[in-house]
Structures are given as C-alpha cells and as structure tokens.
Design a protein around this ligand. Sequence first.
Ligand SMILES: [Zn+2]
Length: 324
Amino acid sequence: MVHSRKTTKYCKFLIFSLIASISASISALEEPVDKLLGGMEFANPLTIEKSEDTYRALGPSERSEIDNLCQGLSDKLNGLQIEACTNNGLYPSKITSAQGRPLLYAEVKPIFETPSNRRILLVGGQHGDELSSIKLVFSWLTQLNSSPSPNTLWRVLPAANPDGILSSRATRTNANGIDLNRNLPTPNWLTQADKYWKGKGSNERYFPGVEPASEPETQWLMQQIEEFDPDAIISVHAPLGIFDFDSNDLSIAPRTLGPLNLYLLGTFPGSLGNYAGMSRNVPVITIELKHSYEIPDTPETQHMWADLHNWLDNFSTSEALVNN
Ligand SMILES: [Zn+2]
C-alpha cells in the first residue's frame, strides 16, 4: 500500500515534469517559428480547392473534351483509373493538339505560399509511345494533390502528345509525324536539325519537322514554359533506364534518382533539354524509365520521388536557382 502511494506520487511528479517541459519547449519554439513563418500565407484546410472541384467548375463542352480524352487514356494505359485523369485538377489549355485534342495541365500549390516558392514543371508523354512516362506523371500528380509540397509550386503536363498516345498504335511522333522533342526552336535548329536527322539515318521516328516550332504541341509547351517560368523542368521518357541532365551548370545535377543513374546523353537540335536547359538556363532532368509500357513498382517510384525532392531541397539554395 505504502509502495503504491509512493508510486502514485512519483507518477504525478513525472507527469508534471513532462507537462512543464512540453510548455517550456513550446514557448522556446514560439519566437523562431513565428519568425520562420513570417509573411507566409497559410492554406486553410477548409478552403483548399479540391482537385475534383476543378473539373466540376468547367463548362459542359470542356468537360466533355476532358471526358473523351480521359476515357481514351484510361483505355490505353493499363491501370490508369479515369478518375486519376478527371479528378486531378486538370484544365484544358487554349491550344489543342494537331487533331484537336485538349492539352491538359494542372497546378498544385504548396502548403506555404510565398513569392519565393520553387516552381517546377513536370512533363509526361512528349513521346506518345512511352506509355509508362504518362502513367508515372499521373501517379505523381495524384500524390501531389493528396500531399502537396511544403514549398514547391508544381505545374504538371501529364500527356504532352495526346494524338501520339491515342493513335491506334501509339507513336513517338505527333499526328503530323513530327518528333516533338526535336521541334523546339533551339538556336542551332535551322542549321543543324535536318543535318543531324539525316546524319542519324533519317529515321522517321525522329523527324524534326520542316521548321522549328511548327507543331501546336510545341507552341503549347513553349507557352507553358514562358507563362509558368519554372526554376527546373522534369520530363519523363523511356526506355533507357538512366536520367540525363541539361544545364549550363552540370555540377548541380543529381547523381541518382532511385535506381537510375546520371548519364549525359548530349544535346540534340530541337530537344527540350537544349531549348530550356541550355538556351534558357532552366535545368532539365530527363528521366528515362527502364520500360516503355509499365511503370516501375511502387518502392522504386517512391525512391525516385524522394530523391527528386532531396535534390530540389538542395538545388533551391544553389547558385543556379539564385541566378535564374
Ligand atoms: Zn522519349
């Protein structure tokens, strides 16, 4: 009995000490936290726009365009739920593809909005036959919508070449037979694009077009870059099983992204890496997944996602971003 009273007393003392130490920690934190959060706008969880509300707010014709495209993508991409396309905050752009399909984009705001938020553009499916890239970008978009980044504003273009994807047999090129990753207006395009293509055997899968930026999908991507003004671009392709990096400062490149290692492929006339990474000084990570049809398993994609975020955290303090 005496022992039990002693124990009770001791427990009360422990609880009191614990409460006192928690209160002391909170008051010690108050000032730095206030300072840290000074000037930030907080997203009120009750007023956060739900990604599915974007779709509901669209007019009937825009909704029907998105429905058609999403149904087509869901039929083509094994395992892509139609809701991952319609309920993910995607808008149709004013520019449409060569065959009139909507070019979709979504923006996912960070938890803490400030003018200095990082701005990252994530692109999938520039090549229509690399189905895994589109699925992965849809999956990362879903993840971003359910768990936004603390400090990064994302713009996501999950299907940058819808005609190529939805062609009866998916094609690398767009509906006009042009490789959209060779059609951007890089400074060397007029003198090099045709020569380079012919020098590589004139494979029609890599046809750059007869003039730069001739394609609506190219003009749209340029407009997205101009309007969004990203600090970095992540473009997902397949099936080389590496990732490439284009920037005027290669020292800031990540070394690994999950199972993928850095491998510099060089720059091509009209490519996104050349256009944004070299000419506009916006670093471009080109992820080349191992397979064109199926995405890697969840642990691998999560590992890549975590490595990308680690890189973004370090990269945000680098000279490249400050000078960008
Ligand atoms: Zn590709």
